[in-house]
Structure formats: C-alpha cells, structure tokens
Design a protein around this ligand. Structure first.
Ligand SMILES: Nc1ncnc2c1ncn2[C@@H]1O[C@H](COP(=O)(O)OP(=O)(O)OP(=O)(O)O)[C@@H](O)[C@H]1O
Ligand SMILES: [Mg+2]
Length: 240
C-alpha cells in the first residue's frame, strides 16, 4: 500500500514557489552557513522565505540564527515558527540538543513525516539545508519535492570536489535542476573548481572567500549581515 503521507506532501508545497536545496557531496564545506545567509538575504529583498534544516544528525542553522526554545504551533499539521523573519523548521524544535541517531529507513520516515506535517503556507522560496553526501536524505528529498532545485557547495580542495562531482553527476543523471556551484572558503581565487564546474556544463555561482568574521557572527544575524561572507552570498541571492 502506498504511504498516504506522500499525497499530503504535494499539497504542503502547493503555494511554495521555489524550493532550493543547499547540498554537497562533502561535509563541513559551509552548506548550513550558505543556506542561512541565502535565506536571510532573500528575505531582506522582500521575499517570503522559509528555512528547513533537514540535517537530523548535525543540525546547525539554529546555532547560526541564534534561536532556541522555538515551538511550532499545531493546527491541522504544524506551522513553523518565525525566526528572524523566516518560517523556520528544524528537528531541534523537538530534540533540542539531544542526539537524534537514525538508521536509513528511519531517516526516510522522519523526512516524510516532517514534510507531511509542516504547513509552509505561501512562500516565495524555501531554502533547505541538506545533510552532507548522497544518502537517503538527498534521494528522498529529490523524490518527495519534485520541483526542488540545487545549489551545490564545495571548498577549493580537490578532496571535497571529488565528492561534489559525484553529487553533480547524480543530479544531472536524475535530471534534477542545478542552479550552480558555490565555491566556499576560498583563499587563493582562480583555482580549478571553476574550470571543472564549467566543464560539466554548470554555472559557477560564486567564489566565496574564507572569512574569519563568520565565526564571530554565529548566533547573530545582524552581525552576519555585516560580513564579507554575507555580502558575497547576497550577490548570489540577487541573481536567483
Ligand atoms: N567562508 C567561510 N569563512 C570562514 N568560515 C566559514 C566559511 N564558511 C563556513 N565557515 C565555517 O565552517 C564551518 C562549517 O560550516 P557549515 O556548518 O556551514 O558546513 P556544513 O557543510 O553545513 O557542514 P555539515 O556537513 O556538518 O552540515 C563552520 O564553523 C562555519 O562557521
Ligand atoms: Mg550543515
């Protein structure tokens, strides 16, 4: 029998104009920072924006936004609370700082549940912070949110780009729209990532510098907005 929640998910996304996943084949490349900065910057441009943290193992956007003690409202589903002007959904609304270890099948189940219960309402854009890699979460998200588009993050390291290339090839094979690749924590601009991205026929969105002020700005979106990092992401959001 098919899962009745799947049909509900479609309804939940009916009034969400764009869904943009920030993903990477590799961990620690700045997905959560990029997703949060993009969401804030799109909101600052006057769009209605949601942010969904789909990393159940290492949720991070709540630390970047500096929010805790948020409780979603229950009303024929769950209405995500507002955080700094964003409709914000994260597993941390429920787990706080407790670990949420999940096996593959349970990850799928938790994603289906979260997507089925969350009432986003009308949004111009929902930004999704993805867990690293090409695991169940990535495959399920593609399967469950048909209109999803991807921004893929990498660092200049060849080690990172090796994994990122696999994700890019997978997305291309699955015919999932790729907005482009964001190179992050760049110290010496002009590396090989741009060439490789263009060779794959994809757009190289930005070379985002390594910025020491980012760490200081964690938990404080106002401080984050003043960083070079944010300004570079703001330039990306302007072109979305
Ligand atoms: N451009 C940058 N300059 C300096 N520090 C950065 C930059 N981008 C991200 N960071 C820092 O790098 C670390 C990893 O960033 P982040 O958590 O966003 O990565 P991630 O890809 O989401 O990691 P994970 O795979 O665990 O989800 C954080 O401490 C973040 O503050
Ligand atoms: Mg992350």
């Amino acid at each position: 029998m098919s899962d009745p929640r799947i049909a509900i998910i479609e309804k939940r996304f009916q009034k969400v104009r764009r869904v943009i996943a920030v993903s990477s084949g590799k961990g620690g490349v700045g997905k959560s920072m990029i997703a949060t900065a993009l969401a804030l910057s799109l909101k600052d441009r006057g769009h209605s924006v949601g942010l969904l943290d789909l990393d159940f193992t290492s949720p991070a956007t709540h630390v970047i936004l500096g929010v805790e003690g948020l409780y979603p409202e229950e009303e024929y589903g769950i209405v995500p609370p507002m955080a700094h002007g964003l409709r914000y959904m994260s597993i941390t609304h429920y787990s706080v700082d407790e670990p949420t270890p999940l096996r593959g099948e349970d990850v799928s189940n938790a994603i289906i549940e979260l997507l089925a219960i969350t009432r986003w309402g009308e949004l111009d854009c929902l930004v999704v912070d993805m867990p690293p890699g090409i695991g169940d979460a990535t495959l399920d998200t593609i399967r469950l949110i048909p209109s999803i588009e991807f921004i893929v993050a990498t660092t200049p390291s060849r080690v990172a780009f090796q994994s990122v290339r696999r994700l890019l090839v997978l997305l291309k094979d699955l015919r999932v729209p790729i907005i482009g690749v964001c190179e992050n924590m760049v110290m010496n601009p002009g590396g090989y990532v741009r060439e490789e991205v263009e060779r794959l026929g994809l757009e190289y969105l930005a070379s985002v510098a390594y910025d020491e002020e980012v760490e200081e700005a964690l938990g404080d979106p106002e401080a984050l907005r003043k960083t070079r990092f944010y300004k570079e992401l703001d330039e990306v959001s302007r072109r979305l």
